[in-house]
Design a protein around this ligand. Structure first.
Ligand SMILES: [Zn+2]
Length: 144
């Protein structure tokens, strides 16, 4: 029987509605999405996040990452001091540039572990991120 409200799967309490979703990002810190709707259980302290709300959060995170990366470019010379070209990064990894920019699963994983930005149609890699990636296998750090 539908009595007009949703109940918690764990404790069967009536769920309440929230309209702001906030979650910490390892890349840009707190990311807050407004004007969304999801249920939560006050008693269990559980959020029931629908996929579309999480996707909005991911999209906003991506936007904030690009903003943070763009902020590291104050002038045209910064492209070479703050970033390296795909050719330079490929040389460093001892692989071809074509392989680096290809769509293999390994390269997708690599691109998730290193910050990069597309400028004038070319991909550039953040030097600080590359340095961390080369030593630890993970070039992701808090940008803000
Ligand atoms: Zn509950």
């Amino acid at each position: 029987m539908d009595n007009g409200y949703k109940i918690c799967r764990k404790c069967e309490s009536k769920l309440l509605t929230k309209t702001t979703y906030e979650l910490d990002s390892t890349k840009v810190g707190k990311v807050r999405v407004y004007n969304v709707e999801y249920e939560y259980c006050q008693k269990c302290n559980i959020d029931y996040i629908p996929v579309d709300v999480f996707n909005k959060w991911k999209e906003l995170e991506r936007h904030l990452i690009l903003n943070a990366l763009a902020k590291r470019l104050n002038n045209i010379e910064d492209i070479n001091t703050q970033y390296m070209s795909s050719k330079e990064f490929a040389n460093l990894l001892d692989i071809s540039e074509r392989k680096l920019l290809g769509k293999s699963i390994n390269m997708k994983l690599l691109h998730n572990a290193v910050y990069s930005i597309v400028l004038f149609g070319h991909r550039y890699y953040l030097r600080e991120s590359v340095a961390k990636f080369v030593t630890s296998g993970n070039g992701i750090f808090l940008l803000t």
